[in-house]
Write a protein that binds this ligand. Structure first.
Ligand code: GLC
Ligand code: GLC
Length: 647
């Protein structure tokens, strides 16, 4: 319903802030009015019952206007351009890489010097791992932030960050950084005040005088790091209280039942938006709402808060898209795109963590049935949203897809996961992989997997075997990258994988890292090694040039834009995963053989979906294939993939 009073309030605020609502600021004003009702409803759904609700809502309205006012003209211009291309982030022209500035380039200052390397690879979108101040030794790779607005001296200065952003923008590159929404470091100013006994700031966190409530929470909350940080609460001797610490003991969970926390974190979000961030990675959104008697993950209120953030960002800084880093069960991941009236109005992007893990599943088993069983769920992703598609990132690989998906392929879920964990941690007889189990839970036997793309694909072991083993490892690496490149979504490489970095065990000598084996797959770049990418026949060259070619291929074919234009094939062979990407002009058959043996595909596969082709051309190899009769076969080599188009 139209809300006259709300409309008047916004108008009055805009006038007080000297906005020209009939002139240059008109588009902003229209966006504000058009979304004001929804904004208020979402706010009230969470905070409406609180005694100071109106005061906090009014502060929120002012914050939106101020943040818009602070937006530089270049970013406003970019907002407009992005608005003209609906869902700009679904484009096939974007290819990303996630990297640690210090481990990749040494410092922010030096980062611009490394942009040409990335551009040569075809990367035009960077996820810079956390750069804001975070205590050394207790930083969780930067995910324990002690100051959301100060760049950590380890990386450089805010000014250097701004220079990098400008250079990236001039080069047509997109930028992503994190907002670590769920928690702060216990060294954050708010936490320090809470420790000193300031009640106001104790209310920014979940703090309790005794174990009574913490014990009740612990009874139903799964542990995230059961080995290094068991339980979800930590005793704080300074104030004699227990603080909720779902992740590490030095990461204090923020209390979003407090509207002051919401407004303060929204203000940080706008600060990042106004640094020119194109996609904001919302870290661990599944955890932002807690309720006794639940797992405290994926609760409906967490979604309401994300929708509220989305509305605010859409009004003030609309060019910034939101990525929800929800690494949870497939059904739960889907909800981060929004549901019902909020479909495609929550997070614009989410990690396709299910698909990522399923590719590792298929690579170990040589069987693609579990992957196929999950697709019905994944295809529910709304139009106008997209995935981050990836094979590796800075985190572990969780085997969090549903038991029913494993059962659909005829396996026992427990035994199947046990096999995968043994295979990738290298304990399975003759496993080519070198990795490790991460966060083993002794109570449930749950575990995740650490290891670099190359090591998990067998390169680390192959180096001391023979050339054939190296060839196989490289073929697997490229197969894995190819599938995530063509599936639809923004492909996100992890730095180092483009030249085949194997595991780095030096983290074991650093007390701030040795408890966390995710560091084994977070390399320190040795530019002499990367320079080998230019040396023909080197391993680095083979992987780099193939990755480069994959990106080029993706960018050259519009059909790879994510328009929900994907249909999975039943390839008549359990070892091969296949899908069609199609638009009105083009139809591609993408096929991936996950097996160590050649696979036979009936030619009928290419005929059961429309016109029967007589000849196919593979965009990857450039080779042509005559289509045979139905009793004949296309033969795919071990770990071969193809992108066929009807010739
Ligand atoms: C996210 C990050 C992970 C971190 C966690 C806690 O999941 O990806 O690296 O440990 O959040 O902030
Ligand atoms: C859990 C969280 C995920 C985080 C990971 C860190 O799986 O769900 O958000 O990235 O832990 O290992």
């Amino acid at each position: 319903m139209y809300q006259y009073l709300l409309h008047q309030k916004i108008k009055k605020n805009c006038n007080e802030q000297l906005l020209d609502i009939a002139g240059v600021d008109h588009p902003f004003y229209i966006r504000f009015i058009a979304n004001a009702n929804t904004l208020q409803d979402l706010f009230n759904a969470i905070y409406g019952n609180q005694k100071n609700a109106t005061q906090h809502f009014d502060a929120l309205l002012v914050l939106i206007i101020e943040s818009y006012k602070q937006r530089k003209p270049v970013f406003r211009k970019k907002d407009q351009l992005k608005e003209q291309q609906a869902a700009w982030f679904t484009s096939n022209q974007i290819a990303g890489m996630s990297l640690y500035v210090d481990r990749f380039a040494g410092s922010l200052k030096n980062m611009p010097n490394q942009l040409p390397y990335l551009q040569e690879l075809g990367v035009n979108f960077l996820h810079l791992m956390p750069l804001f101040e975070s205590p050394e030794g207790e930083s969780d790779g930067g995910y324990a932030v002690s100051d959301f607005r100060k760049i950590d001296t380890r990386f450089g200065t805010l000014n250097e960050f701004k220079i990098l952003q400008e250079k990236m923008q001039a080069a047509g590159m997109y930028l992503m950084i994190d907002i670590v929404l769920n928690h702060t470091s216990h060294h954050h100013e708010w936490a320090l005040k809470a420790k000193a006994g300031d009640k106001k700031f104790q209310d920014y966190y979940y703090m309790y005088d005794s174990r009574e409530i913490p014990d009740q929470f612990d009874a139903t909350m799964p542990e995230i790091f059961p080995e290094s940080s068991p339980g979800s609460f930590t005793y704080v001797p300074e104030c004699n209280k227990w603080a909720m610490t779902v992740f590490h003991q030095y990461q204090w969970d923020l209390n979003y039942t407090n509207p002051a926390v919401f407004n303060a974190m929204l203000s940080n979000i706008f600060f990042y938006a106004n640094l020119g961030v194109d996609i904001l990675r919302i870290d661990a959104p599944a955890f932002i709402w807690k309720q006794l008697g639940t797992t405290c993950q994926n609760l409906p209120q967490a979604h309401t808060l994300l929708r509220l953030i989305k509305q605010c960002v859409h009004i003030a800084t609309p060019g910034m898209a939101l990525l929800g880093e929800a690494i949870v069960a497939p059904k739960e991941i889907m909800k981060y795109f929004g549901t019902d009236a909020f479909t495609a109005k929550e997070c614009d992007v989410a990690y396709n963590a299910t698909q990522m893990a399923l590719q590792w599943d298929a690579l170990a088993t040589g069987d693609t049935r579990v992957m196929l069983a999950a697709q019905h769920e994944l295809l529910q992703k709304p139009f106008g949203t997209t995935w981050i598609t990836y094979t590796r990132c800075h985190d572990d690989i969780g085997l969090g897809y549903d038991d029913s998906m494993i059962a659909a392929a005829g396996f026992n879920a427990y035994e199947h996961r046990k096999f995968l964990k043994e295979y990738y941690s290298g304990s399975f007889h003759n496993s080519p992989a070198t990795g490790a189990l991460f966060s083993v839970n002794p109570k449930t036997q749950d575990a995740r997997i650490s290891g670099s793309l190359a090591s998990l694909c067998g390169l680390e072991k192959a180096l001391s075997v023979d050339a054939a083993a190296i060839d196989t490892a490289i073929a697997k690496i490229i197969l894995m990258q190819a599938q995530s490149m063509f599936l639809g979504g923004i492909p996100m490489l992890f730095y180092g994988d483009e030249v085949g970095y194997t595991n780095d065990y030096s983290y074991l000598n650093d007390a701030g890292k040795s408890y966390d084996n995710r560091w084994m797959h977070r390399p320190i770049i040795n530019w002499e090694k990367n320079a080998l990418a230019k040396q023909k026949d080197s391993i680095e060259h083979r992987i780099f040039s193939a990755t480069q070619k994959l990106i080029q291929l993706r960018k050259s074919l519009d059909v790879f834009t994510d328009n929900k234009n994907l249909t999975w094939l039943s390839p008549h062979n359990i070892h091969v995963a296949g899908f069609i990407r199609a638009n009105e002009n083009k139809k591609l058959y993408c096929l991936f053989n996950f097996n160590h043996k050649a696979a036979y595909i009936t030619w009928f596969l290419f005929k059961e979906h429309g016109l029967a082709p007589t000849e196919l051309v593979d965009h990857w190899s450039g080779k042509k294939q005559k289509v045979g009769s139905d009793h004949e076969y296309l033969i795919m080599e071990p770990y071969q993939f193809a992108v066929f188009e009807i010739n």
